[in-house]
Each structure stands twice: as C-alpha cells, then as structure tokens.
Ligand binder design. Sequence first.
Ligand code: PAF
Length: 288
Amino acid sequence: MEIIYNVSLMQRKADEWRSAGKKIGFVPTMGFFHEGHLELMRVARKNADVVVASIFVNPIQFGPSEDYNRYPKDIERDKKKAQDVGVDILFIPSVEEMYPDGFQTKVHVEKLTKHLCGLFRPGHFDGVTTVVTKLFNIVKPHVAVFGEKDYQQLLVIKRMVKDLNMDVHIIGVPTVREADGLAMSSRNTYLSPEERKSALCLKKSIDMARDMVKKGESNASIIKKKVEELITSYPFTKIQYISICDPDTLEEISQINDKALIAMAVFVGNARLIDNAILEKVEKGDRI
Ligand code: PAF
C-alpha cells in the first residue's frame, strides 16, 4: 500500500490508473478506522480495480463548539487496517494541502441540508460537500462508497453528484453494528463504560419504533413520544432530535403510509451519537 500526502501526486496517480483503464474505487474517511470503515473499503474493493481511502479530519465541517480538536486519531493503526483490507493508496493530506491560503469556495446543497443534523450543525453539510467535491477532483474515482449510518450525508452527496453531473457512482453501505447493536462510530471512544451501556438506547428505541410500525401504529407523534421516553429513561442521555420523515426529502411526516425514516441524534455524556433506520409496515424479510 502506498501513502500519498500530496494533492498533485494523488491526481497524477489517478490519471495514470485512468489511462491504464483501471476502475478507481474511493472511500473518504476521517480516520480512526473501525469495522464500519473497513466494510466500506471491502465494498470498494469488490466494485473497482484499485482502491483509494482518504484520511482527512475536515475542519470546515465542524462547528466552533464541536470535537474537531479532540477527534480520535491513530494513523499507524489505520495504515495497518487499510493494508489488511487491500487498500492500494491511503491519501492523507494536511489541512494546508487541502485549504491553502486564499481558499474561498463552497459547495451547497439546498433543501436536504435544512433538516435533521442540518438544523443543529449550521454549515456542516457545506463543509462535507465542499471537501467531498475536492476529494473527488483529486482522487478521480469511478465509484465512491459511503455508510448509511450518515443517512443524510449519503442523500446530500447523491443529490450533489446528480445536480453537478459528477461522473461518479455512489454506493451506500448498511450500518455496521457492535454485537449488542450499537452503530459503529469513531466517536464511541468518547464513551465511559457506563455511558457505553446507555448508548444502546438509540438502537433499542429504533427497534421499538420498527416494532410499533409493524404492529400497525402509523402516528409519528405517538412513536416519537415512546422513543423519547425510552431514551430519556437511560442515564447520561440528552436528545438533540428525533425525526420521523420522508426517506427521500427528509421532510417531517405525521402519518406513516408506506415507509418512513426514523433518524436521531442523542448526546450520551459528551458523545453526540446518530442512528437511523427505515420504518416499514411490511419489512423486506417479512415479504413472501
Ligand atoms: O463521513 C465522514 O467521515 C466525513 O463526513 C467525510 C465524508 C469523510 C467528509 O469529511
């Protein structure tokens, strides 16, 4: 596996691969790899001839009171994990390399960013779409892989790619979970052992909501109230939002007809955790 720190070197390597007819798969990350990231890399491997993963903790997608300065890092461990899953190039640019003096351009997706996390993290999605656009222009991938845990991010990126005619195919990969159901996240390392137990409330409340819908409940307020009660019954929790919304537009809905998205952000201690699932009256596994 090759490590590249430099934008123009990465661009040259991508050009070489493209000229040789190789299909480039790309996994953008902020590092501190867990199974969720490795799964994205495996999917990229299956869908491309060569795989690039990037590690870049993107300052412009963090708010002033967020965790940019304490975001977990372990580059040596990441290098080993990426190598083990067959990544060809690990691209690790510095902040100066990505945002040199004079940088002043942003990419903005209009409506989808106004809901869910967008309501509480102003500017966050502009930071994401801007850095992902830059990374696409640097790595020149044919295919890029993102996790469904960041459901809104995935939708925003798909929209941006479509709207700006970017020639890259976006693949979404289901959330990878710990054995007890907690969605894998680099931010789980912020949890104390007691908070780690409480963090299970996200998945438990999602499972309860799915069950309610399967049993015929279609009133979103009733479901949200039950979810809220369950989450707040766990210590160290503070709900930022619980949303039941249209899975395509992310607009809140009051009645679940066919299917809906349940998405939530909950602080457990200092860790802001997110999770989501599709609520369906008849789930895929139930269909004959
Ligand atoms: O999901 C992430 O880790 C980040 O938002 C991304 C896509 C790498 C952009 O910084």
